[in-house]
Write a protein that binds this ligand. Structure first.
Ligand code: SF4
Length: 445
């Protein structure tokens, strides 16, 4: 008896650049392609076509995107570009005229159609017997996942082009978000990282309408979403929260251990003059008092933030104001960028003095030294305490994980010397034995 081998599935290579929001877009595209019978492969050589999901937020990200597109063309030849830089099709085609198609952020259908054009799906593929897990394709390790609750943003910060790339805020239905979270937890996820451009604005666009989840009403609103997520029994970590008054409602949930006592608030600056020029949302001079109040209710609260130094018009006085503010605020985890103009951003039109590169560098160095002393002192206070650690990696030296202080990729680690018996995804209680300015060392107890 002769058997005809089944035709091979078409194969897609995928490169995902940029932030967690772009990663979630990549997961969605890949999930769709897998449902249609495409295999996802990990080398350029094995792929029939390569999709590059680009980041176009700042010039260095654009340069990296162009470089990766070039590499994919050289190694494979058939390349489709999508993501934030896709809004600049002309600039991409100028450098790489041979790309097959260019689509923008969230244009899932267009990317998938471009893949169909380049490498058609198998006609005999039966979607009823596909092997896509119910939680979809995830690009993060199995034990944590990003949960995107909305697209776009209603603000107009002068240095940012996201609203022009991704449009106004569109909140996902609360029932859909919670269903997805539940599927992820059933699939083994131990930590949900809630992301969006502005998590605290969730539901504003739909007037906080009431949705349904598991047969019960739930409002499309951040506090109610967090309450519902807390019933899933996993860590829930919030990113990109602005200090609007209703954020106060979250602090008791954190103090009660329902969600992680961790807030990622991109303050960007502290000087009222610079914040006004940046057109930042929800900033007033009471922020320090609110942080103090939050810490009184939830002493364990970890605040992470990012800042920009060298924004046009920033004077030495503004910068000193920022350093003094940092001393007062005692933030735990902080990143800092030197301002660089983004093509198309309103900040480029500001009638303000450009800060020279050497001054920017000097302010960045001083900022980092100043904040490192604060972060390091705050981490030292944890030595001797018991913390729960979620294990990310294990080798013969021990285990590396994170506790509630640390979001993956952007914060520090916890090194567990006696952790070789553990496996990724385990949660264990440890005692902190040492700390530096970023990381902790701990022993299993
Ligand atoms: S809040 Fe500001 S920085 Fe953040 S996405 Fe919206 S416009 Fe951009």
């Amino acid at each position: 008896m002769s058997t005809t081998p089944a035709p091979a599935n078409p194969k897609v290579g995928f490169v995902s650049l940029g932030c967690p929001k772009a990663l979630v877009d990549s997961e969605r595209i890949l999930t769709q392609l897998r449902m249609e019978g495409y295999d996802v492969v990990s080398t350029y050589q094995d792929a029939d076509v390569v999709v590059v999901n680009t980041c176009g937020f700042i010039d260095s990200a654009k340069a990296e995107s162009l470089e990766v597109i070039g590499e994919a063309i050289k190694e494979n030849g058939k390349v489709i570009v999508t993501g934030c830089m896709g809004v600049e099709e002309g600039n991409i085609r100028k450098v790489h005229p041979s790309v097959l198609a260019v689509t923008g952020p969230q244009q899932y259908e267009q990317v998938v159609n471009a893949v169909h054009d380049a490498v058609p799906p198998r006609q005999d593929h039966n979607p009823l017997i596909d092997l896509v897990p119910p939680q979809g394709i995830k690009l993060t390790p199995r034990h944590y996942a990003y949960l995107k609750i909305s697209e776009g943003c209603n603000h107009s910060c002068s240095f940012c082009i996201i609203p022009s790339m991704r449009g106004k805020l569109v909140s996902r239905p609360v029932g859909d978000v919670l269903d997805e979270a539940q599927r992820l937890v059933k699939a083994g996820v131990k930590e949900l990282l809630v992301i969006s451009q502005d998590t605290s604005a969730y539901g504003v666009d739909v007037k906080y309408r009431t949705g349904f989840w598991n047969g019960a009403p739930v409002k499309t609103r951040m506090t109610e979403l967090c309450e519902a997520l807390s019933t899933l029994g996993v860590w829930v970590r919030l990113h990109y929260v602005y200090p609007y008054p209703h954020v106060d409602e979250l602090i008791p949930l954190m103090a009660a251990g329902k969600i992680l006592p961790y807030l990622d608030i991109p303050f960007q600056h502290a000087s009222p003059k610079v914040l006004k020029a940046m057109k930042r949302p929800a900033f007033e001079d009471k922020t320090l008092a609110r942080i103090k109040n939050w810490r009184e209710i939830c002493p364990d609260l970890i605040i992470r933030s990012t800042f920009i130094v060298g924004f046009p018009g920033e004077t030495e006085e503004d910068f000193q104001y920022l350093l003094n503010w940092l001393t007062e605020a005692q933030l735990d985890r902080v990143g800092c960028f030197q301002y660089s103009p983004v093509e198309g951003a309103p900040a480029n039109l500001l009638d303000a003095a450009i800060v020279p590169d050497d001054v920017k560098q000097d302010r960045w160095d001083r900022f980092m030294a100043h904040q490192q002393a604060i972060s390091s002192a705050r981490l030292q206070m944890r030595v001797g305490r018991e913390i729960e650690v979620l294990v990310d990696e294990v080798d013969e030296q021990g285990a590396v994980g994170r506790c509630f202080f640390d979001a993956p990729e952007i914060d520090g680690n916890v090194f567990i010397d006696n952790g070789s018996n553990l496996k990724p995804g385990d949660k264990v209680w440890c005692k902190v034995t040492d700390a530096d300015e970023y990381d902790l060392w701990a022993e299993q107890i």
